[in-house]
Structure formats: structure tokens, C-alpha cells
Write a protein that binds this ligand. Structure first.
Ligand code: 3PG
Length: 306
């Protein structure tokens, strides 16, 4: 049985060592394809793989077609918008993610970004504090919940919008539930985005939401760039010189935004929310364990293509 780890953005070495240990202990072989720049290398490497572990690597229908032995693919992380689920399902391949495993790293980055933007990207001049400010968590899942918890430590007042989470659960955790998405944006100085990228959410965050934010409003996006309507964000920020946008992974118009908005805009050059040794270990090892469990017991917990 061959398990391929294909990561254009490699895991920390300790995580790879841990994955190898789990895979070899189960009697399987580990193959590693890291930092590949040519997708043909992935097609070749996956040809005889029974299982595949990826990060944000795109598992397209071409990858699936090249992987004739593949039975399971695990996205070591939360968002699985990089997997062609229909292609997997058609071939009977089980697709999974590892929810919650890298959430703390992303939540910490979201708060770090808030401080960075509040202090004008650490350039000289007067900034502001997070204490006493209202934070809106847009989607109260694993990351949103942790970001909310950390924010309370900063003394922020935390609100959340999530139609899939009961208001009572939020209240029990000291969070103020908001029924309408628009109201979250009208209320909060900071919005932290934690929605997945799918057909319903793509380009859903734009002018109508950003322009409602109170004075000094700052949008923090550690989710996906695809959920943002970039042209509309530019329009809102052109109209109001107080609005800010900070993103983990540069939008297509990053250069334009940098030139126009200076310290009101920041984007990481490469997605780094889950780039901690701890997150790599948590998500990588979980992926390896899920694969072993699947082969040994048929366990399909965390399957996403049901
Ligand atoms: C996720 O969805 O888990 C995060 O975006 C992490 O993505 P990465 O594994 O590419 O860093």
C-alpha cells in the first residue's frame, strides 16, 4: 500500500517524520513529493498511490484520472475547495479533511492581523487598541470559535453570525449572536471571515457589507480569496478612507490595492494561516491516522464527498 504526501507547500520536517512513522508502522510505504512546480510531477507520483495526503494542492479530475489505484484522498486541513469531489465520487474515492486540526494557527493569525492593522502595519504614528472594540465573527466554526475566544482575552466584545450554529450555544460561550449577516457588519469594527469557499459564498463579500461597517472598519480574511468581490472592496475603500482590508493570501489586484491604500491594505505573499509546526503536525498526523483507520477498519469519519 503506497501513501503519497504531495505538498507544493511542504509540511515541517517533524510532521513528515510523524506521518512516515504512522504509515510505516501500519506496514505501508510513504512517498513524498514536495515543492513541485510542474503538475506533471504530481500525475506521475500519484499513478501507483493508494492514498494521497495534500494541503491546498489541487486534486483535479486530471489528478484523479492519473491515480488509477487511489482509494482515499485526505486534505490535511479544513477547506476542501481544492478537491474535485465529483471526480472522486465518480471513481469511488473517499475524500476527507481534518477539521479543527490547524484551527488555532489560523485563529492566532487573525488576531495578529488585527493588531497589525490597528497599529498601521507597525509604521510610525498613532494606532488604536483592540480592547473595547466590537469583533464580528463571520461563521462560528472551529476557527471562528477560537478567534472569538482569543479576542475576548484582548477585551473585545465578540459577535457572531452563523445560520448553522444555535444562538444558545454562542450565548453559552459568551458570544453575542447576530441573526442577519448585514447586522454583523453594521455593528462591528472588525470582521473576521471564516466562511468556506463554495458556490454560495464565492464573491459574496463586497461593497454592500464593507460599506456598512462603523468608522475605522477593518475586514480580516484568513478564509479564501475567492469569497471576496475584489472590485467591490476597492470601491468601498475608495469611497471611505477609514476602511481597511487584510488578507491571508494576496488578491488578484494586490498591487493595485497596495498602491491605492498603503497601510490600509495588507496581504501575505503566500497563504500562511496554517504555517506553524504545530498545525502541520496536528493536520498531517491526523491525515495519516485517518488513512490507516480507513484501510484497517473502513472508517469514513470526516468524509466530505457523501
Ligand atoms: C485550511 O483550509 O486548512 C487552510 O487554509 C490551510 O491551508 P494550507 O494547508 O494550504 O496551509
Amino acid at each position: 500500500m503506497k501513501v503519497l504526501v504531495a505538498t507544493e507547500k511542504p509540511f515541517a520536517k517533524t510532521a513528515v517524520d510523524g506521518i512516515r512513522n504512522i504509515v510505516e508502522k501500519a506496514g505501508y510505504t510513504l512517498a513524498l513529493l514536495e515543492k513541485y512546480t510542474d503538475v506533471n510531477d504530481l500525475y506521475k507520483a500519484v499513478a501507483d498511490a493508494d492514498a494521497l495526503i495534500v494541503r491546498s494542492d489541487k486534486v483535479t479530475k486530471e489528478v484523479v484520472a492519473a491515480a488509477q489505484n487511489l482509494k482515499i484522498v485526505v486534505r490535511a486541513g479544513a477547506g476542501f475547495d481544492n478537491l474535485d469531489l465529483a471526480a472522486c465520487t465518480e471513481r469511488g474515492i473517499v475524500a476527507m479533511n481534518t477539521p479543527g486540526q490547524n484551527s488555532n494557527a489560523v485563529a492566532e493569525l487573525a488576531l495578529g492581523m488585527m493588531v497589525y492593522m490597528a497599529r498601521n502595519q507597525y509604521t510610525p504614528g498613532t494606532g488604536s487598541e483592540l480592547k473595547g472594540k466590537k469583533l464580528g465573527i463571520h461563521a462560528y466554526g472551529n476557527v471562528g470559535r477560537l478567534a472569538a475566544h482569543i479576542a475576548k482575552g484582548f477585551g473585545m466584545e465578540v459577535y457572531a453570525f452563523d445560520p448553522f450554529v444555535p444562538a444558545d450555544k454562542m450565548k453559552a460561550e459568551g458570544i453575542i449572536p447576530v441573526e442577519k449577516m448585514e447586522d454583523l457588519y453594521s455593528t462591528c469594527h472588525y470582521i473576521s471571515l471564516h466562511i468556506p469557499a463554495n458556490e454560495q459564498t464565492k464573491k459574496s463579500i463586497g461593497y454592500n457589507l464593507l460599506s456598512r461597517m462603523p468608522k475605522g472598519g477593518c475586514l480580516i480574511n484568513t478564509a479564501r480569496k475567492e469569497v471576496i468581490n475584489e472590485e467591490e472592496i476597492v470601491k468601498a475603500m475608495e469611497e471611505r478612507a477609514d476602511l481597511k482590508y487584510c488578507a491571508d493570501i494576496a488578491p488578484a489586484n494586490a498591487e493595485e490595492m497596495k498602491a491605492k491604500f498603503g497601510t490600509r491594505f495588507f496581504a501575505t505573499p503566500k497563504k500562511m494561516g496554517a504555517e506553524t509546526a504545530e498545525a502541520n503536525i496536528n493536520a498531517g498526523l491526523a491525515a495519516a491516522n485517518q488513512i490507516v483507520k480507513f484501510f484497517q477498519t473502513g472508517d469514513k469519519t470526516f468524509q466530505v464527498n457523501k
